[in-house]
Ligand binder design. Structure first.
Ligand SMILES: Cc1cc2nc3c(=O)[nH]c(=O)nc-3n(C[C@H](O)[C@H](O)[C@H](O)COP(=O)(O)OP(=O)(O)OC[C@H]3O[C@@H](n4cnc5c(N)ncnc54)[C@H](O)[C@@H]3O)c2cc1C
Length: 433
């Protein structure tokens, strides 16, 4: 059965939900049948289940467990797993469009969904596009089968803890978390900060530096990508979690203390992550869909509120004031700019993009992350005092939207650095004396 038919069956099984208009109209943006069907499914789940639960997760800073059960039941945990292994076989663009629809209803669910799906994207569609030796490809395919089966059959959830507080997650030096070669596997030691899904994922897809001996010199080219079982001896979660926004991500600190992982824990054969990260820079844009969805949600809130149509608020119209109209126009222009640049960038994503495409990807990342927050900020100013009450979701959109620009490796600052440098220097040029 094709994934499209499965989706249609799921759709018929769901209660009759009046879904919102898609962020990207199918005809105007030329979406495929699969993109249309997955987007519709995401909007149904989002409106019926994720939106009503979002406030509770946010207040308690608790993980959206029920939403992940829904995502599993809907087959979406395997969105990027090849269809012959039970998934939808979605590519990068299809995943991004679907995740942006989830972000409209619960930013923390979309962001943690991204951490999970990334483990399938890196090992699946992205690795498939790399030029690698046939024996390495065979190992990759054999290794990932195990992980994919866990996801499809058992609803296993994978996290993506890369950050360590230093320059490694920014791509500037080797990861401080190390994997020392042992008989039959590795001994992992290290600490990961901001590990979304900590205490809730079944596997931590961690990046670490492989060492042949304790004295080996750490090198970025020896980066290893391993799935560490959450219940393995030596794994612990530390620290509290009471942040400004994206509270449902539960991004606490992970400690690995002499954690033994066997060969089967490898998510990618050695060396493949390093070439994937170098050849597939658009992969780092996968943090953006959650924020694309938030930008749309803040705009939708404003239009609905000013028209006096927002459920739970008095039916008082505010749309007749010229200053409100101007602000909405400003928000709409920013939203259109954001959508267009993002859509172009995810449409042209491919291995080894040229400099123009890469600059566009950094620009798209910067634009989504900064504009989502700017649109949410304008929404609060424009709607007025009552709209920022905690009983409505605009204030959560505003807080969640603030987090995007801080996320490594493509923070808003680092995007600016890279764009400026790439624009002014050609390959090999330097002003060093
Ligand atoms: C809600 C939320 C969820 C997250 N979830 C995850 C997750 O699941 N997995 C994960 O791996 N991470 C996650 N992160 C972490 C995120 O990607 C960043 O790594 C984290 O925010 C960095 O925090 P920091 O204070 O160390 O940042 P910073 O201090 O800004 O950056 C860390 C290091 O990066 C380098 N750096 C920063 N800015 C520059 C610059 N302009 N020029 C040169 N170098 C620079 C420096 O070496 C710096 O020490 C999450 C973050 C948030 C807010």
């Amino acid at each position: 059965m094709t994934s499209f038919v499965i989706l249609l069956k799921n759709k018929l099984a769901m209660t009759d939900i009046q879904t919102d208009q898609p962020i990207f109209d199918a005809e105007q943006w030329g979406l495929t049948d699969q993109q249309i069907a997955l987007g519709e499914q995401a909007r149904q789940l989002g409106k019926a289940n994720f939106a009503p639960r979002a406030e509770g997760y946010d207040r308690a800073a608790s993980f959206p467990t029920e939403n992940f059960t829904d995502l599993h039941n809907a087959g979406l945990l395997g969105i990027c797993i090849p269809s012959d292994q039970g998934g939808h076989g979605a590519d990068l663009k299809t995943y991004m469009l679907t995740a942006s629809e989830i972000g409209r209803y619960c930013g923390a669910t979309a962001l943690t969904f991204n951490m999970h799906v990334s483990s399938c994207l890196w090992t699946g569609p992205l690795a498939d596009g790399l030029s690698i030796e046939p024996d390495v490809r065979e190992n990759l395919q054999a290794g990932r089968r195990l992980h994919y089966k866990r996801i499809i059959d058992d609803g296993a959830i994978y996290a993506q803890p890369f950050s360590e507080g230093g320059a490694a997650a920014a791509g500037k030096k080797a990861f401080g978390t190390t994997a020392l070669r042992q008989e039959g596997g590795w001994l992992v030691n290290g600490k990961k900060i901001f590990a979304s899904l900590s205490g809730h994922a079944n596997y931590y897809g961690a990046l670490c530096t492989e060492l042949e001996t304790p004295d080996s010199r750490p090198s970025r080219s020896n980066t290893m990508y391993v799935a560490i079982p959450a219940d393995a001896p030596g794994v612990s979660v530390e620290g509290d979690w009471d942040p400004l926004g994206m509270r449902g991500t539960v991004s606490r600190t992970l400690i690995f203390k002499d954690v033994f992982v066997s060969e089967e824990a490898l998510l990618m054969p050695r060396g493949v992550y390093f070439s994937a990260a170098s050849q597939w820079p658009h992969m780092f844009m996968t943090l953006t869909p959650a924020y694309m969805g938030i930008a749309q949600a803040a705009y939708d809130f404003t239009v609905s509120y000013l028209r006096g149509e927002l459920p739970g608020t008095p039916p008082i119209k505010r749309r007749m004031y010229p200053t409100k109209q101007l602000a909405v126009a400003q928000m709409r222009i920013m939203l259109e700019q954001t959508k267009s640049l993002w859509f172009q960038s995810i449409s042209e994503a491919k291995p080894s993009p040229d400099k123009e495409s890469l600059i566009r990807a950094w620009s798209a990342q910067y634009t989504v992350m900064e504009n989502a927050n700017e649109i949410a900020q304008l929404a609060i100013r424009t709607c007025g005092g009552q709209a920022m009450l905690r009983s409505l979701h605009l204030e959560r959109l505003y807080r969640d939207s603030r987090c995007g620009a801080l996320m490594l490796p493509w923070t808003a600052e680092l995007c600016m650095d890279m764009i400026g440098k790439a624009a002014l220097y050609e390959a090999g040029e330097s002003d060093e004396e």
